[in-house]
Design a protein around this ligand. Structure first.
Ligand SMILES: NC(=O)c1ccc[n+]([C@@H]2O[C@H](COP(=O)([O-])OP(=O)(O)OC[C@H]3O[C@@H](n4cnc5c(N)ncnc54)[C@H](O)[C@@H]3O)[C@@H](O)[C@H]2O)c1
Length: 506
């Protein structure tokens, strides 16, 4: 029998938010769970809480009342973290402090059988640093659960530099036994999910910093155009800047200042001001009785004062269908508003290089959906023509977000950052392409895995967006990853590993 099937007793140390969730799923999966905390009352509260969770699940028919009672019976409060034990596995979920965790594991090594596997639920410390507290660091690995544990069914399994090879394999099997999905990550800053999540948040902050769009508009575009469940600013308000900002800084520092992970002075200032988000009632949004107060969207003008010409025949057909006067000739007339639909390039530069009248040209993001169109306005736009462009798009029944022109508009920039970040992760071999996509889909709730998403949009398009941003800004945060460049040039899929030297040795 494999180790994961033999595991019978798990000790969970630290019965706060995470520990109680881990204890719940372990007990539900049939394991005996010893619960320990530095504060005995925390254990009693956790047992109470988990019992109520089992009752709730039984009430919803997700488990029988007998199963709920049996699972509750498998919860065993113990007399402190160092109480004698025969645990097969210890999962540590105490506060996020290196010395606290190291001290705890050093003491645990004295009281646990030599066969006990140790796991840490750290979210930002190095697994390898924690393991150095042990005489035998080969028995410790990271087992990174997400909050709330019973609902977030992803777990990162993270070997440290000295972890024995069998341990991550065994933990992967155990996570499956708990009914969760394991992914293998490496002991690098942010591991897999928190590293991959940097694309969305740091690029959204960069778009805000450049005044391309405001927070509510960026969130709307992320929801309605990219299909995210939550915009980046709503997400930061939910998590709290006291968590998000230090995480951004620690991942960026961990990669020695890599510009693609660069945090923003915006969140540092807001953190200092105590504008943390929901937990303080004020963040990027304000919250009255817990509900988000979002400013109403600006009303589009009703009349389209100019005929519309576009380089996109589908858009023209849609506008014509909505009763807008369109021009289908090879060039716009002297009275027409011009809608260009570039990937990567700004509307102004796309119009200029196509020889179109720049003052009458606005951009429409080709990623725009049936729900929302994004209109880009550049500094040399004639306001009357730009208002006609807005009215024309609104006539199709779509909501319209008006943003400042930028290479790649809002949705393209954020999507390219999401895809490129995960391409870097794949390129550095920090996780397999399949695990990257699985982890991000489950833990971050994106509509597609980032590599699959980049494939769907087209690697060449993503590359065009990044190269345009890189050349317009000179900012190395937009340098495309080699993974993306090679796959775009070789016609491979972003989800494909392709041939590596290792394949020749096989
Ligand atoms: N909250 C999250 O969203 C989240 C997600 C993933 C990972 N994590 C990680 O999980 C760990 C726990 O986080 P949490 O949010 O559950 O914290 P928490 O504050 O809710 O719970 C921590 C518990 O640990 C106990 N504790 C502290 N020092 C102890 C010690 N030396 N021995 C025994 N018990 C001790 C505390 O009394 C408390 O009950 C941290 O490492 C955190 O980074 C948290």
């Amino acid at each position: 029998m494999q180790w994961a099937e033999r595991v019978n007793v798990v000790r969970v140390i630290g019965t706060g938010v995470m520990g109680r969730g881990i204890a719940q799923i372990a007990a539900a999966a049939g394991l005996t769970v010893e619960l320990a905390d530095a504060r005995p009352e925390a254990v009693a509260e956790a047992v109470d809480h988990i019992g109520r969770m089992f009752d709730k699940l039984a009430g919803k028919g997700r488990m029988t009342t007998e199963e709920a009672a049996a699972a509750r019976d498998r919860l065993r409060p113990v007399d402190g973290p160092l109480a004698p034990t025969e645990a097969d596995l210890v999962v540590e979920a105490v506060r996020e402090d290196l010395d606290t965790k190291r001290e705890l594991f050093a003491e645990l090594e004295e009281v646990c059988p030599t066969s006990t596997v140790f796991a840490t639920n750290t979210s930002s410390l190095q697994v390898t640093s924690i393991a150095t507290a042990l005489a035998d660091p080969s028995r410790l690995a990271g087992l990174h659960f997400f909050n709330p544990v019973p609902l977030m069914r992803l777990v990162e399994v993270i070997p440290g530099a000295r972890t024995a090879a069998w341990v991550p394999d065994a933990l992967v099997a155990l996570v499956r036994r708990l009914g969760h999905t394991p992914v293998r990550a490496t002991d690098t800053p942010g591991f897999l999910v928190n590293h991959a999540g940097r694309g969305l948040v740091t690029e959204a902050l960069q778009v805000l910093a450049e005044d391309v769009a405001g927070t509510a508009d960026i969130d709307r575009v992320c929801r309605d155009v990219l299909g995210l469940r939550m915009g980046p600013f709503e997400l930061m308000d939910l998590t709290g800047l006291d968590v998000t900002h230090p995480a951004m800084e620690s991942i960026w520092r961990g990669y020695y200042g890599d510009p693609r992970l660069r945090p923003s002075p915006i969140t540092r200032t807001r953190l200092e001001a105590g504008l943390l988000g929901r937990k303080t009632g004020e963040g990027f949004y304000t919250y009255a009785d817990g509900a988000e107060q979002e400013d109403p969207e600006p009303q589009a003008p009703e009349s389209v004062a100019h005929p519309v010409w576009s380089d996109d025949a589908e858009l023209l057909a849609e506008l014509a269908g909505a009763g807008v006067q369109v021009e289908r000739g090879p060039e716009p007339s002297a009275d027409a508003v011009v809608l260009v639909t570039p990937y990567g390039h700004s509307a102004a530069s796309a119009a200029r290089s196509a020889g179109l009248p720049v003052a009458r040209a606005c951009g429409v993001d080709p990623l725009s959906t049936a729900t929302r169109a994004v209109l880009a306005v550049h500094p040399a736009c004639d306001v009357a023509f730009a208002r006609s462009a807005w009215a024309a798009l609104a006539a199709t029944g779509r909501k319209v977000t008006v943003v400042r022109d930028s290479p790649g508009s809002v949705a393209q920039r954020i999507l390219a950052a999401i895809v490129n970040t995960s391409c870097f992760i794949a390129e550095q071999h920090l996780a397999s392409p399949a695990d990257i996509d699985t982890a991000v889909r489950i833990a971050l709730g994106y509509p597609r895995g980032p590599l699959e998403w980049g494939q769907h949009v087209g690697p060449r398009r993503v590359l065009t967006i990044l190269r345009a941003l890189h050349s317009a800004t000179g900012d190395p945060r937009y340098r495309p990853s080699r993974w993306l460049v090679e796959r775009a040039e070789l016609g491979l899929e972003l989800t494909e590993t392709g041939t590596s030297p290792r394949d020749l040795y096989a």
